[in-house]
Unconditional design. Structure first.
Length: 307
């Protein structure tokens, strides 16, 4: 059993899962995505021990595990606790969903899962409380950064208008101006805002064809708020391969390293604008599966090394 440092104001999540790759992915995702304190257990037996220690607010439960499987855990757990919500995260097909829900499961998320789908299930389970960072409101003028125009280019066609809208959210003011200027010259309607002054709910009331987002290394919490509404280009000075892979797992559709190659940037924008939502979702799932496969290979290599 492992646990990060618990804090009273964090939602306590117990992950019961035997695949270390999935444990690492879920732990990283939850810790980045909101105020969660994560404890993990490799099987149902250890899960009971962890439950007694931390009394979690939520349990994420796999079904196929050694020692004590998830179905047995669920059956025995509901004898002592009928209230703590349990989300099944599993690809198990031998067990019917009807049986699992009759035993007391709260929700079911299939493997391989989309991180956005998992977060939706968690939010809904936790009394529909949104998991958001504490951030400031947008500036008064339609959320636009001063000096950046936001003029409707195509009011007659909703889809065309959406494709012409671009949101740019950046840490750095100069990068914000640079991207806004470039996209305006390319003919797009730009909404630009500094990241420490953004209100995501307000920003996403409009539909966009594309979103630019700057991220710090392993700080991807805002990606899950954005990538359901439009493709997201992450721009960063960090060219670390692991950071890039994790960024894609969290929902980035493209990764641009600064300083910008504007020819590459233009090509990337045109490529993403031409993708349907279904095509983008398919690409995201492919990246996640590739990431998990690479992680399994890396774990196997590490395990084969002599002590």
């Amino acid at each position: 059993m492992s646990s990060n440092q618990n804090k009273s104001d964090k939602t306590k999540v117990l992950i019961i899962e035997d695949e270390q790759v999935i444990i690492d992915l879920l732990t990283m995702f939850l810790e980045e995505a909101g105020d969660f304190s994560v404890t993990t257990a490799l099987n149902g037996k250890v899960g009971f021990e962890a439950y007694e220690q931390i009394r979690p607010d939520l349990i994420l439960l796999d079904l196929q595990m050694p020692v004590m499987d998830g179905l047995t855990f669920l059956r025995e757990f509901r004898k002592i606790d009928s209230a703590t919500p349990i989300i099944i995260v599993s690809s198990c097909w031998q067990v019917s969903r009807e049986e699992v829900f009759q035993l007391g499961a709260t929700a079911w998320v299939n493997k391989p899962f989309r991180l956005t789908e998992l977060m939706e299930a968690i939010n809904e389970t936790l009394d529909n409380r949104p998991v958001e960072l504490k951030i400031h409101a947008l500036p008064a003028q339609s959320g636009s950064f001063p000096g950046v125009n936001s003029v409707s280019l195509c009011p007659e066609n909703k889809e065309t208008c959406r494709q012409k809208r671009v949101a740019i959210v950046q840490h750095n003011k100069e990068t914000l101006k640079l991207l806004a200027s470039f996209m305006e010259k390319e003919g797009y309607e730009v909404t630009a805002v500094l990241q420490d002054a953004v209100n995501w709910a307000e920003l996403l009331r409009r539909e966009y064809g594309l979103i630019f987002l700057s991220v710090d290394m392993f700080n991807y919490s805002n990606l899950t708020k954005l990538n359901k509404s439009a493709p997201v280009i992450v721009n960063t000075a960090n060219n670390d391969e692991k950071a890039r892979k994790v960024g894609f797992i969290f929902g980035a559709d493209a990764w641009i390293t600064m300083p910008f190659d504007f020819s590459e940037l233009k090509t990337t924008v045109e490529l993403l604008m031409g993708k349907t939502p279904q095509e983008l979702e398919s690409l995201r799932m492919e990246r996640m599966m590739a990431f998990l496969q690479d992680s399994v290979i890396e774990t196997t290599r590490t395990g084969d090394q002599p002590a």
